[in-house]
Structures are given as C-alpha cells and as structure tokens.
Design a protein around this ligand. Structure first.
Ligand code: NAD
Ligand code: GLY
Length: 367
C-alpha cells in the first residue's frame, strides 16, 4: 500500500435536483475524515470490493467508515469483467440478507467500474433502493463510470444490458489509489479521458496531447486535472440528460464498436477502455467516411490513442459478426445501429450509417 500524498481536494457537483451530489477529487481521501462527513446516516455500511482491491484499500476505507457506522460489513467479489453477471451480483444480496442489513444500509463501491456498476445495481434493487457511495480506484472509474448513475451487469448477448439508472450519494476519488494500477489499466482509463476532447472540448484535447506522457508517468498534477476536467464535462452532460434521452449518448463515443469487440472476443479478453480506445478510432474513420471530419483530425486523435498505449487496430471478428453484435447495442432502434460520430471537432452526434460504409470502416480498422 503506497504512502498517501497530500493535495487540496477539489469538488465537482452533479446537479440533478434532489439527486444532486458531489465528486470529491484529491490525494489521500480514503483516510481523510472530511471525505466521509455528512453521508446518509445508518447503523450499518457494506463495502463491496474485489479480491484485488480489498488487500490494498479495504482496511483504510473501513477505518474511516467506522467513525460513522456501528458496523462495517464487507463483501469481496471475484475480480474481472467476466464476473459482471447475475451470479456475482447475487453475492452482494447474499451478504446484505445474511447480515440482516436494513433499507438504510449504505453500500460503498470500492474498486473499478465493474465493482461500481454491480454495487450500484445492487443498491438500486436491494429493498427497492438503498443509498450508495462510489469510491473508484481505477482511472476509468474516476473519470467516467462512478459518475452519472449508470449501473448494470452484462448478459452473454450484450454488454451492460441489465441495469438501472441510480445515482450515488457521493463519489470519492482518491488519486493515491492510482499508484497501484497496472499500466494497462491506466491506459484503459486514458481512453475515456481522451473521449471527452473530440465530443465536447477541443481545449481539453490540446491539453491531453501536451500532457499524455505526464499522464502515462502518473504525474499527480496531470492526473488531478484529467480527473477533474473529465468529471466536469460528464457533470455538464448528465446534468442536462440524466437518462440518456438524447445528449448523454455522446458519452458513448467509441462504445458501439468497442462493445462489439468486448462481447465478440468474450468479456475480459480486451479491457473495456482498450475496446473504447480502438472503437474511437473506428468511429472517427466512420465520421470521416460520412464527410464530417477530415483525415488530419482522424489521424490526430488516432495518434493520441496510440500514445496513450491503446490498440488502434481491432480484432478481425468478421464484418457480419461485428454488425450483428452492434445491433444489440442499447442505442440501436428497430434493429438499426446508431453510432456516435464526430460532427466537427469538439461536437458529437448520434447517427445511423449504411452497412456498406460500416463494412469499409471494419476493413480499414481490423486485422
Ligand atoms: P475493472 O473494474 O475491471 O478494474 C480494472 C482492474 O484493476 C481490475 O482487475 C481491478 O481489480 C483492478 N484495480 C482496481 N483498482 C485498482 C488499484 N487501485 N490498484 C490495482 N488494481 C486495481 O475495470 P474498469 O476499467 O475500472 O471499469 C470497466 C467497467 O466499467 C466495465 O464493465 C464498463 O462497462 C464499466 N463502465 C461503466 C460506465 C458507467 O457509466 N456506469 C462507464 C464506463 C465504463
Ligand atoms: N459512460 C457513458 C455514460 O455514462 O453515459
């Protein structure tokens, strides 16, 4: 367990009326009393974590929570995207029921996006809803999955197909936890950071280009800015469209192709962020083929994805397999696949595309 570093915590507000909450971002927050004050009162808390994260950070979190809750229970899930399923979700319900947890029990999701999505779904459905707090420990979870209230498990036929919108009471991003993240996972998180540039903020894209090496080296100031700016952009989008009736879909840039890669190869083979990184390259190729962006912009973002240590060539699943997997995407309507495309640098939209154009993208971008 690395020694905590100190830095002044920053806050980003998710403004959703009575479901509003703060994202706290800073170093050493797991052990900082201020990070845990003012949470919903309850006699018990349940920390949901996994076999990798528990030995690193569960004791520190439990110590902080013990000041607020009479009993702090823990359930340790098997690690991996391939466990983001009913069977593993049920372990959370087993723990809640066997420990006699009532409807005020607060769940704490300590881990990456897999733990966060599953603990959030458990919180949404246990006794029809108990409060929960996101404590993301991967870059991907700090910049994206812990924020905005999407919770889900996978189905063998499609990713994140079973779930609920359910907002946390707070998000606590302890930047120190990123020190133990394997390099491949850090790169996966950078995919979701890069995403925010082409869809919403070209100044941020410029900043990422200038700082990608510092991010890969985990320089604290660079990571702190990347997490904060990503959360601000996501807060802006979610604040306008919590349940993805329109705008929020832009956050899925790269995800239609990416989810097909994940499901097609089998969950866990490629990391979610790797699939999204490569999916963005494919979505840019599509945007260029639809006449929306030029080749220079496609090359620019593709180069950045590669510098972040992410794959830019997709697996050759066969065009027909890609097309059938993408028809199961949640954005699909009446069997027609809809893609997030870049309309112009810094602005995204959702569009359908002729199958022959998609086949041309796949021919360019898979091997
Ligand atoms: P993950 O949760 O599998 O975590 C990646 C790996 O890192 C795991 O092995 C984990 O145990 C380990 N780990 C976590 N924190 C660590 C730490 N500090 N030090 C060392 N190891 C650590 O994957 P992820 O990339 O965090 O999340 C991906 C998931 O998030 C996918 O299931 C995806 O669908 C979901 N997601 C959800 C949303 C949303 O809005 N809800 C958005 C994006 C992604
Ligand atoms: N990660 C996409 C979203 O939260 O909408």
């Amino acid at each position: 367990m690395p020694a905590p570093t100190s830095a002044v915590p920053q806050q980003v507000r998710i403004a959703l009326g009575e479901r509003s909450y703060d994202i706290q971002i800073g170093a050493g927050l797991l052990g900082a009393p201020a990070a845990w004050q003012g949470l919903p009162a309850a006699t018990a808390a349940l920390v949901v974590t996994n076999t990798t994260v528990a030995p690193l950070y569960a004791a520190r979190l439990r110590e902080s929570l013990t000041a607020h809750y009479g009993t702090v229970h823990e359930v340790v899930l098997p690690d991996g995207e391939e466990h983001k399923d009913w069977q593993t979700l049920n372990l959370i319900f087993d723990a809640l029921l066997s420990k006699g947890c009532d409807r005020k029990t607060v769940l704490f999701a300590l881990g990456g996006g897999v733990v966060g999505d599953m603990a959030g779904f458990a919180a949404a459905s246990y006794m029809r809803g108990v409060p929960f707090v996101q404590v993301p420990t991967t870059l991907l979870a700090q910049v994206d999955s812990s924020v905005g209230g999407k919770t889900a498990i996978n189905h063998p036929q499609g990713k994140n197909m079973i779930g609920a919108f359910y907002q946390p009471a707070r998000v606590v991003c302890d930047l120190d936890t990123l020190k133990t993240l394997p390099p491949r996972e850090l790169s996966a998180g950078l995919a979701e950071v890069i995403k925010y540039g082409p869809i919403a903020d070209m100044d941020f894209l410029d900043w990422i280009e200038a700082n990608v090496d510092a991010l890969v080296r985990r320089e604290p100031a660079a990571l702190a800015h990347a997490v904060k700016r990503s959360c601000e952009i996501k807060a802006e989008v979610v604040g306008q469209d919590e349940r993805e009736s329109g705008l929020r879909a832009i956050l899925n840039f790269g995800h239609t192709f990416g989810h097909a890669i994940e499901a097609g190869l089998g969950y866990g083979e490629w990391l979610h962020g790797e699939a999204v990184g490569c999916g963005m390259v494919m979505a840019l190729n599509l945007s260029r083929r639809l006449g929306l962006v030029d080749e220079a912009f496609e090359r620019r973002v593709t180069a950045l994805v590669a510098r972040a240590g992410l794959p830019i060539v997709g697996p050759d699943l066969g065009a027909e397999r890609y097309l059938s997997l993408m028809r199961v995407d949640k954005k699909a309507e009446a069997g027609q696949i809809r893609f997030v495309v870049i309309e112009r640098p810094g602005q995204a939209a959702v569009r359908s595309a002729p199958d022959d154009v998609v086949r041309a993208v796949l021919a360019d971008c898979t091997r």
